[in-house]
Design a protein around this ligand. Structure first.
Ligand code: G3H
Ligand code: ZN
Length: 285
């Protein structure tokens, strides 16, 4: 497959000071929406697939769809495993041609996270594949936890330096107050922490759980070293809201193309908005 390593996309973003979306692909329509938006905005593209999404679509179908798309585009595209839970999951993707993998061992103690990440880095780098890892944990927005517990889950700047040095990872996902899914209250990002991490760590940083975070906050974080911004829920909501609307307007509808088509268009618009907010529009090479 004619993919580029994600590190290449992030390196250019780092040199020029913008962010690139790590957009989750969950089915054919979401892939089409992301592709259409990136084509229209001339943006480099990071297609992210979680293990769950790969299982849902089938690995060979993921590869087939992406290969089909690559035949018809000049955009720089990385195919990325999002939140890979094990060495085996990462290797499976690499063998299938992925150009980037995330090993997420962030739920494990520091040393175990380092050991698992290092093992993936060694294997992935041998074949030119980018590796993202995570230090600190994203706690759920709905979790009943205290401020102290929330803080304890965040990325420690000094640990981040040691982690990057000892693992050789290409980019680092940091926990600075975002959460996956729908926020109950307003997300509060710890910009002082991000600034401290960015001053000490020299690899591009990654922001997970960016749905529901105001664009101005994401832009501020891009100014502090965030180069990849993961978005999933915002797009799912845009898709599903339109789908509900279309079905409610015409309860007789039964052809999936008639309700998935408009939903796909709504998602495309949302992806375009995010691309422009992150500043990767016009940055394809
Ligand atoms: O890895 C994927 C993301 O971090 C997406 O999070 O669904 O809250 O946008 P989100
Ligand atoms: Zn995530």
């Amino acid at each position: 497959m004619n993919l580029v390593p994600m590190a290449e996309i992030l390196q250019k973003a780092d040199e020029e000071g913008y962010g690139v979306g790590g957009f989750n692909v969950n089915n054919l329509e979401s892939l089409q929406a992301i592709i259409q938006a990136a084509e229209e905005e001339k943006s480099p593209l990071i297609l992210a697939t979680s293990e769950g999404a790969i299982k849902y679509m089938g690995m060979d179908h993921v590869i087939g769809m992406v290969e089909g798309f690559l035949k018809n585009t000049d955009l720089p595209v990385a195919l990325h495993l999002d939140h890979g839970g094990s060495f085996d999951a990462a290797m499976k993707c690499i063998r299938k041609g992925y150009s980037s993998v995330m090993i997420d061992a962030s739920k494990h103690p520091f040393e175990e996270n380092i050991a698992q990440t290092k093992e993936v880095v060694q294997a992935a780098h041998a074949v030119g594949v980018t590796v993202e890892a995570e230090l600190g944990r994203l706690v759920g927005s709905e979790d009943e936890i205290t401020v102290t517990e929330r803080e304890a889950a965040m990325t420690d700047p000094d640990e981040a330096v040691e982690f990057v040095e000892r693992t050789g990872v290409d980019c680092l996902a940091v926990a600075i107050g975002t959460a996956h899914g729908v926020y109950k209250g307003d997300p509060e990002l710890d910009f002082d922490r991000l600034k401290a991490i960015n001053e000490k760590v020299d690899v591009p940083l990654v922001l997970h759980g960016a749905s529901g975070v105001p664009d101005t906050d994401v832009q501020k974080s891009i100014g502090m070293g965030i180069r990849k911004i993961n978005v999933n829920t915002d797009f799912q909501q845009a898709f599903t809201a339109k789908l509900r609307e279309v079905l409610a307007d015409d309860p007789e509808l039964y052809d999936p193309r008639k309700y998935c088509g408009p939903a796909r268009e709504a998602m495309t618009e949302k992806v375009k908005e995010k691309i422009r907010a992150f500043g990767s529009n016009g940055k394809a090479w």
